[in-house]
Structure formats: structure tokens, C-alpha cells
Design a protein around this ligand. Structure first.
Ligand SMILES: Nc1nc(=O)c2c([nH]1)NC[C@@H]1CN(c3ccc(C(=O)N[C@@H](CCC(=O)O)C(=O)O)cc3)C=[N+]21
Length: 302
């Protein structure tokens, strides 16, 4: 007797892909060090004591060093004034050994986040959050591209090759992920829709998508039976939830049911997250090369 064979999605190994990207970054750093006698430097600014942020920053620092780059860490107390933070950014902007600046978000309430982002030299804005970079991306020009969407694009290209003409849905319209992701997909000539918390029939939108990218912060928002069979699903959500008395990480997609319908899917953890950090390193190398008018390293950006 033959049984119906359940479809099982390929699980995209973000950790392995990120490790490969970091190797390419390291090779590029070595090549640049040979030709210029200098290594790229990344400054990370952390305001306050958020435990998860500390872990995340520690990983960034370690991976920056492993790639052969300089890491400059600046930890400021939670009560830091906007004036003091802006003064630090002005120093980092002027420091020729710093090629990339990342100010960890979210910032404490007394600080105007927009003003801080706008104070970063756009050429050192390795998060791609400055309005200059947002505008360059939106008009199809060479920009520094936000790390999470850039990582997603690399995974999609590896999975699908050309994205041209494909129907993509981005769920979540944040400035950090959703909006820049949609711009990147549009630049790849996808047909792009953006869904958000006021979207009327999310299930119907999801059902159409050959490429689905979910970045909402709502654990398990998308169940498998909503998916178009064979869809490529990238889950950007990283949610800490309690399951059977233990704290575990889950995404915005219900992985157990989605993997029976999708063609390929990223897990959480081990999917998009590691790509974000690898792309931060890649952006720092790109910023370094551009600052010195050197040819753009291949395969590290858009
Ligand atoms: N200016 C700024 N830029 C950022 O890019 C930025 C930020 N602020 N604030 C915080 C968020 C969060 N974020 C993550 C990156 C990688 C993982 C990551 O590597 N996660 C692993 C491990 C997760 C774990 O075990 O905790 C994974 O998904 O497999 C997670 C979270 C970047 N952020």
C-alpha cells in the first residue's frame, strides 16, 4: 500500500551560509590589508544594560575580530544624555580608523533615535538606516543596505537564482526590515506586496506568495496551511516564549506545520539571524573600500 508522501521543505542553513560569507569577508579583509596596510574598523555603541543586547553585541565583537577587523566597543550607561551620545558619534565620524558605526537599537526613552541615526556619517552607516542610504536604496543607487534584508536577499538568490517576476510578500512594514526588504525585492524585479497589522485578509495574501518574508515579532503568526505549496519562506522573527516550562526561541512562522508545505524555510534560531551579523561585517568591508575609492569587493553587497 502506498502512503501519501508528506512534502518536506528544505531547511535553509543560515548558520552555514553565514559562516561561508564570513570566510569571504575575512579573505577580502586580508586582501585589503595587503594592498592598503590598513584593516576595516567597526564601532558598536550600546546604551544601557539590556541582557539580550549584551549577548548580541558580544557575538558581533567576536566575529568582527575573527574576520581580521578592528572592533571598537562603546558601552554607555542607560541614563546617557542625547548630547553625550551625539558627541561620541561625532568622534567616531571623525576617527579614520572607524569605517562602520552601529548604534544598537532600541535606545532609552530620553534619546531621539532619528536624530542619532541622522548624526552618523552615511558613509559609515553600516546599518543602512540613515535617510541618505534609505533614499539611495529607494532610487536604485549604490547604498549601504540594512543587514537583515541584505542577508535575506543573499539566501533567496542562493535558493532561487533569479528572482525576476516572482510574487513576493513581506509581512511587516518596519524601517529596519520590511520596507528595505520590499525595496530590495523590487530592485530584483519581483512583484512585491507589503502586509501589516491592518491588512484585511492576511491568509489570502500569504497564499499568493512564492517568496514570503515575515518580520512582525508575533510568534507563530503564519500557520503552514496558509502557505502556497513550494513557497520559499524566510522567518525574521526571533521571539522568546515559554514552552513546557522552558524558554525557547520561535519565529513568526509556525515551523512544524510550515515545513510540510513550503519548498524551503529558514529555522529560528539558525536562519536569518546569523546572516544579519555576517552582513554587518560585509557592510563594514564595503564601507572601507568605498571610503578609499577601491574597487567594490564582489559578492558582499546587493
Ligand atoms: N542598530 C541595530 N542593528 C541591528 O542589526 C540590530 C539592533 N540594532 N538591535 C537588535 C537587533 C537584533 N539583531 C539580531 C541579529 C542577529 C541575531 C542572531 O544571530 N540570532 C541567532 C541566535 C539567537 C539566540 O540564540 O539568541 C539566530 O537567530 O540563530 C539576533 C538578533 C540585530 N539587531
Amino acid at each position: 500500500m502506498t502512503m501519501a508522501q508528506p512534502i518536506t521543505a528544505r531547511v535553509i542553513d543560515g548558520r552555514a551560509f553565514a559562516a561561508d560569507l564570513r570566510t569571504r569577508v575575512r579573505d577580502e579583509v586580508a586582501r585589503l590589508a595587503d594592498s592598503t596596510g590598513q584593516t576595516p574598523g567597526l564601532a558598536v555603541v550600546l546604551v544601557g544594560e539590556d541582557a539580550a543586547s549584551h549577548v548580541y553585541v558580544r557575538n558581533k565583537v567576536r566575529q568582527t575580530r575573527e574576520a581580521g577587523m578592528q572592533s571598537h566597543e562603546h558601552q554607555l550607561p542607560a541614563e546617557t544624555s542625547q548630547e553625550d551620545l551625539l558627541a561620541l558619534i561625532a568622534r567616531l565620524n571623525a576617527d579614520p580608523s572607524v569605517h562602520g558605526i552601529l548604534v544598537q537599537l532600541p535606545l532609552p526613552a530620553q534619546i531621539d533615535t532619528h536624530a542619532v541615526i541622522q548624526a552618523i556619517d552615511p558613509a559609515k552607516d553600516v546599518d543602512g538606516f540613515h535617510i541618505n542610504n534609505v533614499g539611495l536604496l529607494g532610487t536604485g543607487q549604490k547604498a549601504l543596505v540594512p543587514c537583515t534584508p541584505l542577508g535575506c536577499l543573499m539566501l533567496l538568490r542562493a535558493e532561487l537564482g533569479s528572482l525576476e517576476g516572482r510574487r513576493a510578500l513581506v509581512v511587516g512594514a518596519s524601517n529596519i526590515v520590511g520596507k528595505p526588504m520590499a525595496q530590495l525585492l523590487l530592485a530584483e524585479k519581483c512583484t512585491v506586496a507589503i502586509a501589516h497589522s491592518r491588512t484585511r485578509d492576511l491568509e489570502a495574501e500569504v497564499r499568493q506568495a512564492e517568496i514570503l518574508i515575515v518580520a512582525t515579532g508575533v510568534p507563530g503568526l503564519i500557520p503552514g496551511h496558509w502557505l502556497r505549496p513550494g513557497a520559499v519562506v524566510l522567518d525574521v522573527g526571533i521571539n522568546r516564549v515559554e514552552r513546557e516550562g522552558k524558554e525557547v526561541l520561535v519565529g513568526d512562522v509556525d515551523f512544524a506545520s510550515a515545513r510540510k508545505v513550503a519548498g524551503a524555510i529558514t529555522p529560528v534560531p539558525g536562519g536569518v539571524g546569523p546572516m544579519t551579523i555576517a552582513c554587518l561585517l560585509a557592510n563594514t568591508v564595503t564601507a572601507f573600500a568605498r571610503a578609499r575609492g577601491l574597487p567594490e569587493p564582489a559578492g558582499l553587497t546587493q
